[in-house]
Design a protein around this ligand. Structure first.
Ligand SMILES: [Ca+2]
Ligand SMILES: [Ca+2]
Length: 320
């Protein structure tokens, strides 16, 4: 190798070394270190000079930005800042998204607990004051897969979000097979004077003739006896029904193996089918109409409707 080529090679090596070093150096830490999947799926961050003592007057930021569909797992491998028994001098703040992690600021030997973020970004802010230094910290970060249930259905969704009076709920990924390990929750909330009609357009879960693995559970209001459990077996096919209250809570659960196409149902707010013992008229009207619930559509199963038509005492009811 010529002398010129050798010098060139040395120059490249020095350049690379400086670039690698600068990635997490003091300078970078003060202007903010951003870590993405280009840095790998896991790694560590540490205070400048670690495991030797950090310097005074530092303000360091690290941003761990997970790719879509991943979260950040945080493990505190080592943590020792200036003692803060009486006052906080040097400290670490941790943000999960925009939320300050509970217990922050962390100082002295009061290390944070390991955690998995609920957002795709975790931010660390470390500050040291003008005197007294310590070893600092080393923190391991790992990008972890979001559970499919986090992606597929956000728990606790309340339906409808607007003024709609009907809509559709289907299993995640419908009409393709739903995923394993789901735990989806929806609440359908109707106005107080309405009930909810549920019609199954399609229903096919894992076979449950011997054991129930996957199921759709529907709770009618707060009443336990209003609970319906649907899985796929001949006796337990999903049947259309009308709620007895103005709220339905649905939970769809799948276990760790075997999936199916799932379900697709429509919901629609309906006027209360019939309130037993209702007295007609409610106002001063002298005529009106009574019809079977849901008329002109089919009335529902399991009805027991009672109406009383009450005329003023000096009138009689005209039945013709
Ligand atoms: Ca200090
Ligand atoms: Ca299953």
């Amino acid at each position: 190798m010529s002398r010129r080529a050798l010098l060139f090679l040395i120059a490249i090596i020095i350049c690379c070394f400086q670039q690698c070093k600068s990635q997490f150096s003091d300078d970078a830490c003060s202007t903010g270190v951003v870590i993405t999947e280009e840095n790998g799926l896991s790694g560590t961050i540490s205070t400048p000079n670690y495991p030797d003592d950090y310097d005074n007057n530092l303000n360091c930021t690290w941003i761990i930005q997970a790719p879509a569909n991943k979260l950040v797992e945080v493990q505190i491998q080592d943590f020792l800042l200036e003692s803060c028994d009486f006052k906080v001098y040097d400290f670490l703040d941790i943000y999960d998204g925009e939320t300050l992690y509970s217990g922050a600021p962390f100082c002295g030997d009061q290390l944070p607990l390991d955690f998995e973020s609920s957002s795709s970004q975790v931010r660390f802010f470390f500050s040291s004051d003008f005197s007294e230094i310590a070893r600092g910290f080393q923190i391991k970060w790992t990008f972890t897969d979001k559970l499919l249930s986090d992606v597929a259905c956000s728990s606790g969704v309340i339906i409808p979000k607007d003024n709609r009076s009907s809509g559709i709920i289907s299993s995640p990924n419908y009409p393709d097979n739903y995923y394993n390990n789901l735990n989806c929750n929806w609440t359908i909330q109707a106005p107080e004077d309405k009930v909810i009609a549920v019609r199954f357009v399609y229903f096919m879960l894992e076979d449950c003739s011997s054991t129930i693995y996957d199921y759709l559970q529907i709770n009618d209001g707060e009443e336990l006896d209003g609970q319906r459990l649907f899985c796929e077996s001949e006796e337990n096919n999903a049947k259309n029904f009308v709620s007895s209250t103005n709220q339905l809570r649905l939970r769809f659960v799948s276990d760790s193996s075997v999936t199916a196409k799932g379900f697709n149902l429509t919901w629609q707010f309906k006027d209360v089918a019939c309130i037993s013992g209702v007295i007609i008229p409610k106002d001063n009207r002298s005529s009106g109409i009574i019809s079977s619930p849901n008329y002109p559509d089919n009335y529902y199963n399991n009805l027991n409707c009672n109406w009383t038509i009450q005329a003023p005492e000096d009138n009689v009811q005209n039945r013709n």
